[in-house]
Design a protein around this ligand. Structure first.
Ligand SMILES: C[S@@+](CC[C@H](N)C(=O)[O-])C[C@H]1O[C@@H](n2cnc3c(N)ncnc32)[C@H](O)[C@@H]1O
Length: 303
């Protein structure tokens, strides 16, 4: 199956689709660094760096599967009313998916977003537009930790098939713990002693210690209860918020640990000039490849 990936970012969706056997032939994003990262890992695809609200869809290569992760910030629970105009612009990226499907009419599409995307006031209209174009839609909320990813991350996947069929994706089984993602003692990590931390951080670490013992994860969120290493980490966002605590010291997670927690293999490459901030942003925005693999596999069987 030939696929295109809109808002392709760091390439999590493409990687999972490729693992399922799809051939991703075209990928686009407006962030040059993301295009570079994607191209380094998926050189077979044609790459385009552009604002997809302005795209000429008639120029896309022939494809059967449309993958798309329109910007999610406008729909996430972190949205603030004061940022309304900015978020309206982000939400508008979802209409690019409708435009593309209308022009190209691929046999199948999969749109990924945060579950609260369904609370967007135009969501019923947006969904109906895809139905009018001819897609039978299935709404799935999948939890990454049920697909072998050591992260409890819920995401909405809207699957559309033109043949009228619906798609099912099995979920369940034991959730993997984050522990094996920890890199062994590495010199470059920035350890801080708990004794020199702020009062708020000390209080959080005390709480995590009471709940989980000597080694655990903590998130820079007031009152966070910590996460044991035998459990999946909770949602990784675009913000650099997670730290690993070991006894009387703590450090931020490394980029590699964060990538592992998203289900990316260690062989995945990042642009050399990407800052830590960019790398965490690209990862926090990504689709977990194993989830993408499972859903695209189900779509390929049903299409
Ligand atoms: C949720 S992320 C996509 C993640 C990607 N599917 C992955 O698995 O790595 C959304 C991406 O859309 C990009 N984006 C946002 N607005 C855009 C626009 N108007 N045109 C093109 N890309 C845009 C952002 O730079 C971001 O990389």
């Amino acid at each position: 199956m030939r696929a295109v990936d809109l808002f392709a970012g760091w390439g999590g969706f493409t990687l999972g689709a490729s693992q399922a056997g799809a051939d991703v032939v075209w990928a686009a994003n407006h962030w040059p660094l993301a295009v570079e990262a994607h191209a380094a890992n998926h050189p077979r695809a044609t790459h385009v760096c552009q604002d997809l609200r302005q795209a000429d869809w008639s120029k896309l290569p022939a494809h059967d599967l449309l993958l798309a992760s329109p910007a999610c910030q406008g729909h996430s629970s972190a949205s603030q009313p004061s940022r309304r105009r900015y978020h309206d612009e982000l939400r508008a990226t979802a209409w690019a998916v409708v435009d593309c499907a209308d022009v190209c009419e691929p046999a199948a599409l999969v749109v990924e977003n945060v579950p609260s995307f369904r609370r967007w006031r135009l969501y019923p209209l947006w969904r109906q537009a895809l139905e009018l174009i001819g897609y039978e839609l299935t709404e799935l909320v999948l939890r990454a930790s049920h697909h072998g990813v050591p992260q409890r991350r819920d995401r909405l996947f809207l699957v559309g098939l033109r043949n009228g069929r619906r798609v099912e994706v099995a979920e369940g089984g034991a959730e993997p713990g984050f522990g094996p993602c920890i890199e062994p003692a590495v010199g470059h990590t920035r350890w801080t002693s708990v004794a020199s931390a702020s009062t708020a951080v000390k209080a959080r670490i005390r709480k995590g210690r009471a709940n989980h013992g000597y080694r655990f994860l903590t998130q820079h969120v007031t009152g966070h209860p910590g996460v044991g290493l035998d459990e999946p980490i909770r949602t990784i966002t675009t913000k650099d918020q997670w730290a690993y605590v070991e006894g009387d010291r703590y450090r931020p997670l490394t980029v590699r640990e964060t990538a592992r927690a998203m289900g990316f293999p260690d062989s995945y490459r990042w642009p050399r000039e990407a800052s830590r901030c960019d790398q965490i942003k690209g990862l926090g925005n990504a689709v977990c490849p194993p989830v993408a693999r499972d859903i695209v596999r189900a779509v390929m069987e049903a299409a």
